[in-house]
Design a protein around this ligand. Structure first.
Ligand SMILES: [Zn+2]
Ligand SMILES: [Zn+2]
Length: 258
């Protein structure tokens, strides 16, 4: 049993063979895929995919890269989609000062507004954070109102930060980069945080794990990430699959069997 908690199946990278990619995941034992939105249009597309496949679920959100272009009508559009039963989270939202494709102030503003909206419709958060960890903590602490429900996806911080976020209620999602030789920090996090707080993801089409590194990523490749984590923690691969699946089912309130 294995869940890919973060993929972008709506992206044009899959326009040629989306059906085959989804079928490979199903055949390969991926029980659920969460297809994540990055703006209004992609959130709508992700929902269409979720509505037409019994093991796909979707999210709504404005990625920090797109924060410069968020207008109130778009946020209302996202909020309207949350009434759909297959929408399981709000994201991905957050801060990205690495690429800096949107202004930092616009990113902060869009992030805070969407935390409020997610809370209003009682959905967990899918948070993206790159080179903005101090700002992330500042915003999350200021807006804290009991334990958070959510995940820090594609986690790129250190063990101490991971434990800080776990104490606030978050799960930590480990991507395929954990299989990269030089990724010592994410390997350390994946080896040491409580397994009850760990999620698996591909972030497909990006960040394909070894042995697929450099190629287009897809949900089935999450198995390579699980194998690496099992190796790092010196536990069975099945245990990694089982426990991380239980975690995802709990956080996103997914139906247990597909
Ligand atoms: Zn992201
Ligand atoms: Zn993503």
């Amino acid at each position: 049993m294995m869940i890919d908690t973060h993929a972008h199946l709506d992206m044009q990278d899959y326009d040629e063979d989306r059906k085959e990619v989804i079928e490979r995941a199903r055949q390969g034992g991926i029980s659920h895929i969460i297809s994540v939105g990055i703006d209004l249009q992609s959130s709508q597309k992700a929902l269409e995919l979720a509505n037409s496949h019994d093991f796909i679920f979707s999210t709504v959100g404005f990625h920090p890269h797109n924060a410069d272009h968020v207008d109130p009508g778009d946020l209302e559009g996202l909020a309207a989609l949350t009434g759909e039963p297959r929408v399981v989270a709000w994201g991905e939202i957050g801060l990205d000062f690495y690429r800096g494709w949107s202004q930092p102030d616009k990113q902060r503003e869009a992030f805070e507004k969407q935390i409020d909206l997610a809370r209003h419709c009682d959905l967990p958060l899918v948070i993206h954070c790159r080179e903005a960890h101090e700002d992330l903590l500042e915003i999350l602490k200021r807006k804290e109102n009991g334990p958070y429900q959510g995940v820090i996806h594609c986690f790129s911080g250190d063990y101490k930060l991971a434990m800080n976020l776990i104490a606030m209620g978050f799960y930590i999602s480990i991507p395929g980069t954990v299989t990269y030789k030089k990724a010592v920090q994410v390997q350390d996090v994946a080896a040491r945080i409580p397994l009850e707080r760990l999620l698996l993801e591909t972030d497909a089409p990006f960040l394909a794990p070894v042995p697929k590194r450099g190629k287009r990523n897809e949900p089935l490749f999450v198995v390579h990430t699980a194998k690496k984590i099992a190796e790092l923690r010196k536990i069975d691969y099945e245990e990694v699959g089982f426990q991380t699946s239980q975690n995802a089912i709990k956080l996103f309130a997914l139906p247990a069997k597909q």
